[in-house]
Design a protein around this ligand. Structure first.
Ligand SMILES: NC(=O)c1ccc[n+]([C@@H]2O[C@H](COP(=O)([O-])OP(=O)(O)OC[C@H]3O[C@@H](n4cnc5c(N)ncnc54)[C@H](OP(=O)(O)O)[C@@H]3O)[C@@H](O)[C@H]2O)c1
Length: 253
C-alpha cells in the first residue's frame, strides 16, 4: 500500500509565507517534498522563510495580494519553468478588532480584500489550464473558528472568515468535476504575531478567559501546518467542501 501522506513533486503556492502559520506551513510542506511558491509583501522575511526550508526548488514573490491585477502575471511567472501547480494555501490574512460603532466600510473592505477576495483571485489564476495539474489537486483557505462562532468586536474579521467558508463550499462543487478539492482550515488561537498583537491589548482576566476557552491550550503554527499538509496531500483525496476545525477543543463547548 502506498503512503499517500507526502507532497513529492507537488508544487504549492503559499500566500502569507513571510510569517506565522504561512511560514511554518512552507517549511513543513517542503520537508515532505513540496516545491513552494512563497508570497508576502516583505521580501526579507520571505527570504528568512526560504532559509528554513528543505530542498531548493522554491520561488519567492514579494507582492501585495490586494493588487489583484498583478496576481495573473505572478502565477504565470511561477509556472514559467513548465511545472504546473498541484495546490495552494491562502494563509495571508489580517485581523480587525473594532466595535461596530467605530467600524467603517473601509475596515470591512480591507478585511475582505486580503482575507477573501485575494484568496479567490489567486485560486482563479492557479487553476487555469496549463497552470494546474490536469489530474487535479487541492486548494486550501485559512479561515478561523471565528468564521463559525462569534466574538465581540470582531464583526469585520468574523464576517470575512465566514465568507471564506461559504465560498469554499461553492468552489468545492464547482471544481469537483476537475478533481480539484477545496477546503478551509479553521484554527482557534495560535501563537503567532497576529495573536500576540491581540493578547497584548487584553486585560489579565480576558487573557485567562481566552486560555480557558482552549481545552488543549493555545495552538502552535505546526499544529495547523501539518493539517494543511494532510489536506494538500493525496491522503485526503476524498475530502472536499469541508471546514476542518483545528482548535484544541475551542468549539466543542
Ligand atoms: N494566529 C491565529 O491565532 C489565527 C487563528 C485563526 C485563523 N488564523 C488565520 O491564519 C492565517 C495566518 O495567520 P497568522 O497568525 O500566521 O498571521 P500573521 O503572523 O500576521 O501573518 C500574516 C501573513 O499574511 C501576510 N499578508 C498580510 N497582508 C498581506 C497583503 N496585503 N499581501 C500579501 N501578504 C499579506 C503577511 O505578510 P507580509 O506582512 O509580508 O505582507 C504575513 O505573512 C490568517 O488568515 C489568519 O486569519 C490565525
Amino acid at each position: 500500500m502506498n503512503n499517500l501522506f507526502n507532497l513529492k513533486n507537488k508544487k504549492i503556492l503559499i500566500s502569507g509565507a513571510s510569517g506565522g502559520i504561512g511560514r511554518t506551513t512552507a517549511k513543513i510542506l517542503s520537508s515532505i517534498g513540496a516545491d513552494c511558491v512563497l508570497i508576502g509583501r516583505d521580501e526579507k522575511r520571505l527570504e528568512e522563510t526560504l532559509r528554513g526550508m528543505h530542498g531548493g526548488n522554491h520561488q519567492v514573490f514579494a507582492q501585495d495580494i490586494t493588487e489583484y491585477d498583478a496576481l495573473k502575471e505572478l502565477v504565470k511567472q511561477a509556472v514559467a519553468d513548465g511545472k504546473p501547480f498541484d495546490g495552494m494555501v491562502h494563509c495571508a490574512g489580517i485581523e480587525t478588532v473594532l466595535p461596530l460603532k467605530i467600524l467603517k466600510p473601509e475596515h470591512f473592505e480591507k478585511s475582505f480584500s486580503i482575507n477573501v477576495i485575494a484568496g479567490f483571485e489567486l485560486a482563479k489564476h492557479v487553476i487555469k489550464k496549463k497552470h494546474f495539474n490536469e489530474n487535479g489537486g487541492s486548494l486550501l483557505f485559512l479561515s478561523s473558528v471565528m468564521g463559525s462562532v462569534g466574538s465581540p468586536v470582531k464583526a469585520a474579521y468574523c464576517s470575512s472568515k465566514g465568507a471564506l467558508i461559504g465560498g469554499m463550499k461553492a468552489l468545492a462543487l464547482e471544481l469537483a468535476p476537475k478533481k480539484i478539492r477545496v477546503n478551509t482550515v479553521s484554527p482557534a488561537m495560535v501563537v503567532t504575531g497576529m495573536s500576540k498583537a491581540l493578547l497584548a491589548k487584553v486585560t489579565d482576566s480576558e487573557k485567562e478567559a481566552i486560555l480557558k476557552a482552549h481545552p488543549l491550550g493555545l495552538g502552535e503554527p505546526e499544529d495547523v501546518a501539518w493539517v494543511c499538509a494532510f489536506l494538500l496531500s493525496d491522503a485526503s483525496r476524498w475530502i472536499t467542501g469541508t471546514d476542518l476545525k483545528v482548535d484544541g477543543g475551542y468549539t466543542a463547548q
